[in-house]
Each structure stands twice: as C-alpha cells, then as structure tokens.
Design a protein around this ligand. Sequence first.
Ligand code: BMA
Length: 848
Amino acid sequence: MNEIKWDLNEWTFRAVGENEWLPAAVPGCVHSDLYRNAKIPDPYYGTNEHDLQWIDKRDWEYETVFTVPGDLLRQDHIGLVFDGLDTYADVELNGQRILSADNMFRIWQVPVKTHLKDGENRLRIKFRSPINEDLPKLEKLGYALPAANDQSELGGLGDKRVSVFARKAPYHYGWDWGPRFVTSGIWRAVRLEAWTGLRITDLFIRQNEVAASTAKLTAVLTIESDRDFEGRVRISAEGFEAESTEAIRLGDNSVRLEFELNDPKLWWSRGLGEANLYTFTAEIFEGESVSASKSVRTGLRSVKLKREQDGAGASFYIELNGVPVFAKGANHIPNDNFETDVTRERYRYEIVSAAEANMNMLRVWGGGIYEEDAFYELCDEYGIMVWQDFMFACSMYPGDEDFLESVRHEAEDNLRRLRNHASIVLWCGNNEIDSAWAHYLPDGGWGWKKDYTQEQQNSIWADYEAIFHRLLPNAISKLAPGAEYWPSSPLVSLTGDENQHAHPGTSEGDIHYWGVWHNSEPFENYNKHIGRFMSEYGFQSFPEHKSVLQYAPEDALQLDSKIMLAHQKNGRGNFLIKEYMDKYLPEPKDFVSFLYMSQVLQAEAMKSAIEAHRRSMPYCMGTLYWQMNDSWPVASWSGIDYYGRWKALHYYARRSFRDLSVSIDGTNGEDVNFHILNDGLQGESASLKLRLMSFDGDVRQEQVVPVEVSANSASLIYSVKAADLLGGETPGRTVLLAELEQGGRILDQRTHYFVSAREIELSVPHIRAVRTEDGEGRTTISLETDVLAKQVWLSAEQEGVFSDNYFDLVPGKTAIVEFRSRREDGTLEHGAAGEVEIKSMADFIKQG
Ligand code: BMA
C-alpha cells in the first residue's frame, strides 16, 4: 500500500511589505501569531480589542521551506491539501501560483507532483485583507445587505458591513456576545498526500434502514486509480465482513457495496442507551495483498424529524430508533475567537460538561464555524445529538453565480467530511434569516425590507431561496441522502410558504423566544410562549469574580466602566441585568456580589424556561437555551464562561435536565403544581415526599404523594392551593422541600417558596462544612446549616466543578458534595479542590 501523508507545520509569517519573518503556528491565525511573538497585547484583556482593528486591513503572508522525504517524492501522485484557509489566499509553490482560495470553509486539493523539487521547496501563502477584498463588492452591489451583528463601526468602517460577502465565520466580524477580530491564516492542517497505484479517498457508510434486527447499509467508496483492474473490495467491522469483486477504472471511481448487519448495536443519545459506535474498514485487494484501505467510525441509528399534523398544529421532534426524543441542551458557539487555539481537550471538556448537565443535544449555530472533527467525534462518543446549521446567520447574502458556486463547494466539502457522524441528526440552512426577512409578511420580521424597493426585495429573496431552498437541500440529497433538512431556525413550516402567517406562531416548527431579555418581558412569560421545539431563548449573566479579574483590573469593576462595557456586546445588556435583578432578587451589597447574583438571576430564568418546556411535553419536544459557551471573556448568555468555569446556570441545567425529575410550578401564584418529568424508556414508581418547614428547620407539615408515571412522559401528579399548603405559616420564612424518592434513594429534590426571592426573609446561616480527603487527596465536603441557606456557593482554588452547587440547604439535611477536578485531557474526575470558600445568598445581599 502506498499512501503517504506528511504535514507541513513549520511556518513563518509577516505583514506584506515588512522584512522580518516571525515564527508562526499552523494551524493558527495572524492575531494569535502576533500575540505569541509579543507584537500585540492580549487581545482579550481590557479594551485591547479596540486597538487591534488595524490587523484586518493588512495583507499577511505565511511561508514554509521544506525538503520532501524521498519515499514521498517518488510516488506517482502528490497532492497538496489545505483543510482550511482563512480566507482570500494566493498560494505559490516554488514561485508558481497554484491556487487562489476564497472560502474559509472549503477544503482545497492541488496536484503538485510537477512543482515539487528534490531539495528545498518554498510554499508561500499571501492572505489578502478580507476587508479590502470585500469593500468593492459592496460598492458594486450598490446597496447594503442587512448584517445585524457585524460591528463595522468598531472596525473603523462606519456602516459598511462587508461580512456577508465573505465565506468566512460570521462571528469574526463581531456578535452580540463576541469581539470583532477578522482573522487571516492557515486555520486547518496543510499536508502533502502522495500515492501510487490507487487509494480510497472517501468512505461513506450510508444508512438506508436501521432497525433493532437489521441495519441495511451501503458503503460508498470513492477511489482514485491509475489503471484498470478487477479488485476485491471488502468491507468489515467488529464481527462482520462483506466482499465483492469490482471493476476499478483508471481515474475516479465510486463503488457501492450494499450489505446488512444483523442485530446491530444501535447508537443512542445520552439517557436512552449506549452511544455504540462501529469502525468500518474498506479494503481493496489485488490478489492477496491489500492495495488500499480506509476506516471510518460511525454509529448506526435511524433518525427522523417528525413533523406531523396533530390536533394542535404539527409536531417537531427527533425520532431516534423509533423513540420520540425530548431534546435537552444548548446552542454552541465557537469556543474561541481564535478558533485554532481550541485543543481537543477543550472540546472534550465542553462535551463532558454537556453530558454531565444531562444534555442530549447541542446546536452548532450558524454564525460560527462547521466544527472540528474532534467536536463531532466527542458528540458521537458521549451520545450528544447535533443540530447542525450551515454557516449563515442574521444577514441577507448575495446570490451571484460565484457566490453560489462557492457555497455549493462549501456545503459539499462539509457534508462529505461530516456525514458519517451518528450525532448529527439535523441539518439546518441558517440562523434566523427567514424570520428576520419575513418575505410574506409585509410588516413582519426585523424591519429590514423597508430599506429596499420591491424589486430589490424580490431579488434579495430570490437569492435567499437559491441557497436555502435549493442549493443546500440538493447538496444533502446528493451527499447525505435521507438526512433531515430544515431551511432556517426558527421557522413555522416549510419556507416559501405564503400562508405562513396563517399559522398561529407556536403550533408548528421551532421557536426562538426572546421576549424575556430582548423585549424585557417577565420570566413568567416562559410559561406562555411555548412552541413545539424551543431552539433558542436566553438570559445573560456575568462571569464569576475570578474570571472577571482575568480581563479587567479591580478598579474597572463597575457596570458602566469602559472595560465592563467593552466586554458586554449587547448594548444595554449590563443595565438590563440590573433591571431584572431589581425586580426578582434582593439587592447585592457590592459589585462582586452583583456578579454572583447575576448568575443566580440567569439560572432562575433558565430554570423557569427549561422546566416549562419539559412540562409541556409532548406538545413541546425540545429545549435548547442560548448559549452553552463563550468565545472570549464577556458578560453573555453562556452557562460556562470562557475559562471553562460553570456558571450557576450550568448547575441548574444539570438539575432541570435530569432524566427523571420533579418540577414545581407556582407561576399563577395560587396553585402549586407538582410534575414528574420522565425522559427514560421505562415507567417509574416512586414517592414524592413534601415537607413544609420554617427557615429554622421546624417541620410543620409532611405528606407523601405516590408517583406512578409512564415512560417518556411529563405528568402533573399533584396540585394544591398555595394558601392551603401554607396554612398559618409566615410566607416569607417558610419553605417547601420536595424529595423524589425511590427505594430509599433520593433521585431529585426541589425547594419551593411562597413569596418572591425579594421578599424572602433570609438570616445569615452558619454553614458547617466537613471536608474529607481520601487517600488520593480527593475532596468531598458535607454541609449542614442552622437556618435556611439559599444558593449555597462553593468555590475551589483548583479548576474544576462540584457535583452540585448553587443549591438551597435546609436545616436538618446534609448535602454531600464532591469536587471534580478538570483534568488535562478535558475530563472531570473526583479530585483535590485546594482551598474551598463556601458562601450563600445572605453573604451577598444588603442586610436590613
Ligand atoms: C439569537 C442568536 C444569536 C444571538 C442571540 C442573542 O437570536 O441566534 O444571533 O447571539 O440571539 O441575541
């Protein structure tokens, strides 16, 4: 077998026109390279972002000088492969132009056998400024296209928004949680690939029909051969093998091998079963020897997006192996503005955190990037389903032929790269474009249409349809037939539907509900605006104190300081947090307390939403909050901050997403309703123990409610008038503890209050903490309190998370909390916490 791959990763770089070459990291980008060479300050610190906008107006070049190993050079075919060039790149090999690239998301392959020399070779890539490149396109079009999040002013471009012309990560141009760093660079691997005879360039395991008894599959091999011959093609996996003889022709071949696998071990999302994976290997034999082989890993499962008319409208859910799945999770954005700094370990940490929070789905949102292989491999392993957007968001895009052709290649490259991943259950055209433009609602959408003549509107919409109603679905039918496609998120029904407005907004499709936050609506509204699938909703908070100090000095710690405003990208965001806090929580005593309270506020908001959605199952079958993570240190909607620290929200999500859980709803102020949410595939019997207690721990009333619930269901099991439950107790000093118990084990527990958090009469608790370090130094802490402790917060010196945090502790109960340290490989394991600080809400509020 003769196929050799050889990475090119020794590079230097400089600004075009300058003399000095500096060491560069490849994959990487110019901002990270400048920072590593101490040419610019930390782009994420303070207001440095504002001073670094010159970088995207320059052209940059990268160079490597290399000697090709002899055995590689001797092969008959040699290709130079770029997994990603960001973005407008002229590539020269030994002084000759071999490629002009213009789409960050494409994979480029150039035959270079005739260009390479024995001895030294010089590869140089010039990246033209993406700003200078695209300004003339805007000029030429004659009118601006909407690009809601493009921070052109910060970039020194006034209102000239050029992001839409580049096939480049939209968030590079800024977003309402992200800085503006328009990067250039070699952002994915570069390598030489050499072969003689033949090679398999791609192996796709197409899943035609997968059931518990049999998986009917087709292995689709793409083969390059430099001669005609009869070959035996074998496909094998653990305990399985199929073979056929095929005529291989000179040039490109596509060979299909149909086969069946009996009793397959199916791939399940987390919570429903094992995320079983198979490694399939394709081999081509000439005689007894293997001339070419390729392996891929995939999971076998059937996936359907079920949109079926029902009494209420039409369903919208993922059916996995015949089971309707309630999707629980969040929206994922890129983990860094300098994406190439994200290691596999950081990806693992994110996916482990998702699984730890009982999530089963992440949406790769359309303003970022088609993620790294590592991301999807980990989702495959941990049973996290992926809703995959194509990279278009909150903007209208051009539709000239070059642009469309570029998008077609981009879609095909990424479909080919990602189609074997079991985790990807849905492909979605874009983020929020259909609803923002609202073509069939003259006054609808975000008001974009009014800036255009009717003719312009028609042409802009025609361009939209070309991409999202034709090009992308066609690419899917061609390369990932059977995969589900949804043109835009959110969407009522299949687009282009002139009757869209006839459907009541919440009875079909998916919904982004932003009334809370963007429209200042009360948290209670999460109970009113529930659709069939809630693909976005969110509420902001600040990172914790330790994190804030990593990007700001102490004296910048106030809501309206320059730095706090620079690290808040959503206009009035900081003040909106305060506005809601004034409404829902007691007043924090200082700014550090404000940080903590902002996290509690966010977590409470998201809990109301998540649980309202889950309680509405099966009408509603999915809840993905905005947003999982951050791309830099910032006040944002994230549940995990840039440094990986779980905010209160992530701990809350862990509880609210628990597969079997109790949810207490007292929204209307009169009734207290107890619901059991069961996402498991079995019915459950348990008991719900209710205890009414004073804050000092006196039990005033006790009651046990039997629980019998069916599989995959949400049930209201008990309802009582708040006044009856409370009896004569003081509302501001009484708590209800609800424990879901099964066979002596407490599966879940919740507290419920009879007044708003603002009216609760908190005393400062004395929390007794007993630490145990086992033989290996792993920390476990047991906690008890004398009076109710609200939102107990443990903070460790070491990086890691606690098995629970931001929880209410009632007197007479012991909470046992384990520290999990964040390992270098990205996993979370029981470990040593170092110093631990323990506080509760009473420590953060103004007393009296
Ligand atoms: C949603 C997203 C993002 C945005 C978020 C917060 O609509 O799709 O565009 O960051 O809202 O405003």
